[in-house]
Design a protein around this ligand. Structure first.
Ligand SMILES: [Zn+2]
Length: 333
């Protein structure tokens, strides 16, 4: 074979008020399942009950999300059904369903209630086990349905976090290029290109655009394209560099001072670009962009870290995983 084969989502639908049309959207996409199981959180179900129940589900499972401890019970429940899992919720619900669907070998669709990080379409689930966060490799969803009405009603902080997480691809790509130059790590150029292109459309917006349909459309598509880049790459290398190592180090070693993933990543990205990467802001000035989008303000309001503490996190970040980043060159100086 002379080609690589990539599994792309069988259904991607975005729009206003489409939560009540899941059945119809699956049908028009020629996806027919005898049964569908909805997995969500009780409080979300209570808010969106009317829309959700316009669709048919054979079972509804309420979860907390975010940890592997409740997975065993869910896996045994979903194994009894011959059908499709519908995950509706934030990152913690989607990650739990990804993990369970993978273990039970079931197809699933993600319906994010917020666009807070690239978990909406990815082959990685981040979950807590015994109080610590781990990354698990999983099958990606067969599709994604994003109701902009729902996303608009999620806490605004999460949307800022989603922007920061997606834009951090630019930092990850700088690290990949650096690894290529300094230690001859090979680069998958298709994955590289997709990761970069997932971010670029966001640079034409400003903070007042955050809730517009145009912006949410570009953000959703960016998150999907970013997820595809990871699937093609076969690892998170293409979307996760030094800035993610810092965020993971905070979660791992300073759990009581940890905050929303995308905001931690954005905080690290902005500092790394400004302090350590020469020429990093030549094409896209991250500091200016984060200011324009209001991201810096949200980071400073939500993070319990000062820039003066950043350097003390680097040794912890280097312990997270064996990935060559800008931090390797800092230590070599
Ligand atoms: Zn991330």
């Amino acid at each position: 074979m002379f080609y690589n084969f990539v599994r792309t989502p069988a259904i991607v639908k975005t729009g206003m008020g489409i939560l009540g049309k899941i059945d119809e959207l699956l049908h028009t996409s020629h996806l027919h399942f005898p049964q569908k199981v909805l997995i969500t959180q009780k409080h979300l179900y209570d808010i969106y009950r009317e829309s959700l129940l316009r669709n048919e589900f054979c079972d509804i499972i309420f979860v907390e999300g975010g940890n592997t401890e409740e997975a065993a019970g869910i896996i045994s429940q979903i194994k009894e059904n011959d059908g499709l899992l519908i995950a509706f919720g934030g990152g913690s619900v989607l990650d739990l369903v990804k993990y369970c669907a993978d273990k039970a070998d079931k197809p699933y669709i993600n319906i994010p209630s917020a666009l807070s990080n690239d978990a909406v379409y990815s082959c990685v689930a981040r979950l807590t086990r015994n109080g610590k966060k781990y990354s698990f490799g999983v099958q990606p969803p067969i599709g994604l349905i994003v109701d902009f009405d729902v996303v608009r009603h999620s806490p605004a902080t999460l949307l800022y976090a989603g922007v920061a997480d997606l834009v951090s691809n630019l930092s990850a790509l700088q690290d990949w290029k650096l690894a290529h130059k300094n230690i001859h790590e090979s680069i998958n150029e298709i994955a590289y290109m997709l990761s970069k292109q997932s971010v670029i459309p966001l640079f034409r917006y400003k903070e007042s655009d955050l809730l517009t349909e145009d912006f949410l459309f570009d953000l959703t598509n960016g998150l999907i394209t970013s997820g595809l880049s990871m699937i093609i790459c076969g690892s998170t290398r293409v979307t996760s560099g030094a800035e993610h190592l810092i965020s993971h180090a905070i979660d791992e070693y300073f759990h009581n001072r940890s905050s929303i993933h995308g905001l931690q990543v954005g905080w690290a990205h902005e500092i790394i670009n400004r302090k350590y990467r020469t020429g990093a802001n030549d094409d896209y000035d991250i500091t200016e962009y984060f200011n324009r989008m209001g991201v810096l303000k949200v980071i400073h309001n939500n993070l319990d870290w000062e820039e003066s503490e950043f350097d003390s996190l680097i040794p912890y970040a280097k312990k997270i995983r064996n990935r060559y980043t800008i931090f390797n060159t800092i230590m070599e100086k």
